[in-house]
Every structure is written in structure tokens, then in C-alpha cells.
Design a binder for this molecule. Structure first.
Ligand code: NAD
Length: 256
């Protein structure tokens, strides 16, 4: 079977690289020919992933807590030295969610959610911008969410961060055109550790799972690969005229 490598020779940076969706993005970008530098706070998961990819090659892990500016700056110093001013693709994918009623949301929860879901992507993008501006194929893909468009009880803080991601994606797309394309992917419910934790937090994981699927016209949860394919497309030259877009991948949930 012929393999397609539309991203051959591209240098990509992916955050939240060792999580459910992030790992699939890393694998897909590597399969399509890119070399990937992956950032995650989970050292153990990074080490497992590096081992799994040792035979294939093309993966360099960085461990950093993106909620911590000092740690992020330390990581960025090392990353930028390794990249030697080359970067074609940046995927700001790291994120956290918390199921908590609005009135009980603490300042600490709100600050942490914005630090990881919004500020980290903003700061990493700013740090890698000089390298992206040197690329002839520069593309940024931000992982937003269906919850950037629609409401959900218990997710006011998370929804606020994903609305912010969509907003800065659009603003940056205008500011950086025609040099760097900036798009967002908006997953619906995707079967990852994050979603499973949310199901558990609801108190009845099986009921939460059934309830979620009942609102998805395609009748199933998304897979991490469903999202990774869209990210790879948005990062590729096949999407050369696509910028400022919010690409929903939710099995039809938000239009139902
Ligand atoms: P996940 O929990 O499986 O993976 C998230 C990864 O981000 C983890 O590996 C985690 O270690 C890393 N991370 C979290 N906080 C970090 C920090 N402070 N510093 C560095 N790394 C950190 O979750 P996922 O479902 O793969 O989510 C990936 C992205 O997709 C997130 O932005 C999430 O908001 C978004 N999303 C997920 C769903 C879903 O249903 N799973 C739906 C819509 C959007």
C-alpha cells in the first residue's frame, strides 16, 4: 500500500503530546512525514511514548508544566535551541477540564484553567513565532472544543477558556496572514482519559456515557484519531487557503 507523506520534512511542536488526542496527533504527524517535538507534564507517559516511537524515530519529548511560567520558559529555552529557528507546525493541544458548578468554582480553578488552556498556547506561540515566520508552510492548530460554541452545565470555566481559544485563533489568523495559517479544531466528546474522568466525576459513568452518545447524531464517541486527522489536514498544504477556521469534529452534535 502506498503511504502518503504530505508533511515530509516538516518540523512540528505539539503540546499535551502524551494525552489521548495529543498522542494520536503526534503519531499521525510522524506517519505523514513530520519530525515532532512533544511537550507534556506527564514524564512517565512521555517516556512510554518515546520508547514506543524509538524504532520509528522522529520524536523528541519535553517535560514541562505549562501552568508554571518559569517551567514553561525553561522548556522553551531548550526547545528553541533544539529547533534552531525551524518550526513549520505548532499544535497547541494541552488542556484540562473540570466539572464544577459555577457557584463553587474557585479562583484557583479558574486561574489554572486559563493558565493551561489559554495562556500557555498564547505564550508558546509567541516564543515560536520567529521560527514559524521563517517557514514557507507555517500552520498553527489550536485545540478548542465544541464547548467553545455551546453551553454545558458545570463547565462555565472550561467553556470560557475554549471561547477564548477560538477568539485568539481568529485574531491571530488575520494578523499573521498570509505568512502563517491559524486554525482551530473543535472536538466533540472524544474517548480519552479526560472524558473518562469527566464521566467518573459525574457520579454515574455509564449513565454519563449513554447521555453523551444520545446527543451525538453519529451515535458514538469520537476517537483521538478522528481529531488527529483533522489536525494533520489543517497543518498541511491541502488546507493552504484555510485560516481563521474553527473545524468542528463532533459527530454532528453541535448542529443537531
Ligand atoms: P487528556 O487528558 O487525555 O490529555 C491532555 C494532555 O495534556 C495530558 O497528557 C496532560 O498531561 C497534558 N497536560 C495537561 N495539563 C498540562 C500542563 N499543565 N502542562 C503540560 N501538559 C499538560 O485530554 P484530551 O482529551 O486528549 O484533550 C486534549 C485537548 O482536547 C484539550 O485541549 C481538551 O480541552 C480538548 N478537548 C477534548 C475533548 C474530549 O472529549 N476528550 C473534547 C473537546 C476538546
Amino acid at each position: 500500500m502506498a503511504t502518503s507523506t504530505p508533511l515530509a520534512g516538516r518540523i512540528a511542536v505539539v503540546t499535551g503530546a502524551a494525552g489521548g488526542i495529543g498522542r494520536a496527533i503526534v503519531m499521525t504527524l510522524i506517519n505523514q512525514g513530520a519530525r515532532v517535538y512533544g511537550i507534556d507534564r506527564n514524564a512517565e507517559a512521555q517516556s512510554r511514548m518515546t520508547d514506543a516511537l524509538a524504532a520509528v524515530g522522529g520524536y523528541t519529548p519535553y517535560v514541562a508544566d505549562l501552568a508554571d511560567r518559569t517551567d514553561t520558559d525553561r522548556m522553551l529555552f531548550a526547545l528553541r535551541a533544539d529547533l534552531a529557528n525551524r518550526c513549520d507546525i505548532l499544535v497547541n493541544n494541552a488542556g484540562i477540564s473540570t466539572l464544577v458548578p459555577f457557584a463553587q468554582t474557585t479562583d484557583e480553578q479558574l486561574d489554572r484553567m486559563f493558565a493551561i488552556n489559554v495562556h500557555a498556547g498564547f505564550r508558546i506561540t509567541r516564543a515560536l513565532l520567529p521560527a514559524l515566520l521563517r517557514s514557507e508552510h507555517a500552520a498553527i492548530v489550536n485545540t478548542a472544543s465544541e464547548l467553545g460554541f455551546i453551553g454545558h452545565a458545570g463547565y462555565a470555566a472550561y467553556c470560557a477558556t475554549k471561547g477564548a481559544v477560538l477568539s485568539w485563533t481568529r485574531a491571530l489568523a488575520v494578523e499573521l496572514a498570509p505568512h502563517v495559517r491559524v486554525n482551530a479544531v473543535c472536538p466533540g466528546p472524544v474517548d480519552t482519559p479526560m472524558l473518562q474522568a469527566e464521566f467518573t466525576a459525574s457520579g454515574d459513568a455509564a449513565a454519563a456515557h449513554s447521555h453523551e452518545i444520545a446527543h451525538v447524531p453519529m451515535g458514538r464517541l469520537g476517537t483521538p484519531g478522528d481529531i488527529a486527522g483533522i489536525v494533520a489536514f489543517l497543518a498541511s498544504d491541502a488546507a493552504a487557503f484555510v485560516t481563521g477556521a474553527a473545524w468542528t469534529a463532533d459527530g454532528g452534535k453541535t448542529v443537531a
